[in-house]
Design a protein around this ligand. Sequence first.
Ligand SMILES: *Cc1c(COP(=O)(O)O)cnc(C)c1O
Length: 450
Amino acid sequence: MELETLSIRLLRDAVSELQHGFARLPPLEAEAPDSARFASILGETARRMQNNLPYFHPLYAGQMLKPPHPVARAAYAMATWINPNNHALDGGRASSEMEKEAVAEIAAMFGWQTHLGHLTGGGTMANLEALWMAGQLYPGKAILASSQSHYTHERISAVLKLPFDKVAADSSGRMDVTALESRLQRGDVGCVVATLGTTGFGAVDPLPEILRLRDQYGFRVHADCAYGGYFTLADNLNAPARAAYDALPQVDSIVVDPHKHGLQPYGCGCILFRDPSLGTHYRHDSPFTYFSSAELHLGEISLECSRPGASAVALWATQRLLPLVRGGEFADSLSTCRRAALAMAEHVRANRKFILTVQPELDIVVWAVRAESASEASSLAQRVFDEAAKNDLHLALIRVPAELLPELTPDQPTVLCLRSVLMKPEHEAWLPEILDRLSKAVEAAEKPLQ
Ligand SMILES: *Cc1c(COP(=O)(O)O)cnc(C)c1O
């Protein structure tokens, strides 16, 4: 196994290109790091970093972890020689422009020709801005999200001091619209969060039905697409998921995480609002921010102040290489991940040792190890997880409500299940190897029981 290092040469060329832009400045003695100490500390750092699971390798098929594209890595590193701050144009002129362009491309992917939006530190901060806006427009009204939504919504609502309620999920892991409607009848709801791609199952909430209820009850619809947003480009979604993605242009706000499926290093989320005039809610009168021109400074439409221009540079470069268009190379890579998940789900379904929880809607597969009871299935799942890891196959674990697995005696409220996020396109080609190691792990897990 070798890590990709070819881009280091390209990075060196890019840094030379960058310095041409500053050639007329008087020379500055480059601060020569004490090279022996530098090298030894860097080596020590690399050894410390060996204590990680191989997130970049297809045999890592556990949590939502995907390596950044080499062009993102190189562009990010190159930008750190300037270290721009995208708070104000004065601190990051080029990178602020690149952020506006890259974010407009993401908005266009969702069908919005105009928008208000920017990059954030991640999905949590982006969702915080969406719910904060809901609180600005519907002060004191409740936020609703499904029981399968990300736990961040409940916590963010507490931070914003907005009431929060969970809506039940159905047996597919999607928001139950009947439960939603009966909660709406209380009349105190300001915003419903629709998750397109839940973190656990990758389930897609029924957005068209939620939007119909919006017409009737009047609330904001926020789409949390932190994980699943880019799947709008895939060509092999099931019909309900396709309908949900096709309804996205009608929501009020969207969150997507370029640092999940968008090939970016961590620290890159994105918030989009459909109505550009909402920007006035961010108004502040900082005495020290250097808003020097009439042009839009991103700090005027963001809750975070300093933000890494390098994130925007990396995203912009990645989208130049891999445009966010249907039928393109990037879109194909998402369809490939989904195909891998469908094939894995088929294998799980056909194997009498497993029980598939829900049919995958994106590229996440969740399954139980068959046993008599919820507790036995849970301890078996833990053992399979451990045995697989010993053989370098890294899966994830998830607690699933026992109602989703009626085959098991419900002697406890949840069942520990195995979960695999197949978010690297290479997972498709590696699936036979993954399945082989999985069956060996099951054999090993069963042994002590006999
Ligand atoms: C990951 C995720 C979040 C949280 O985003 P971070 O980038 O981890 O802060 C929120 N919602 C969903 C659906 C997610 O998958």
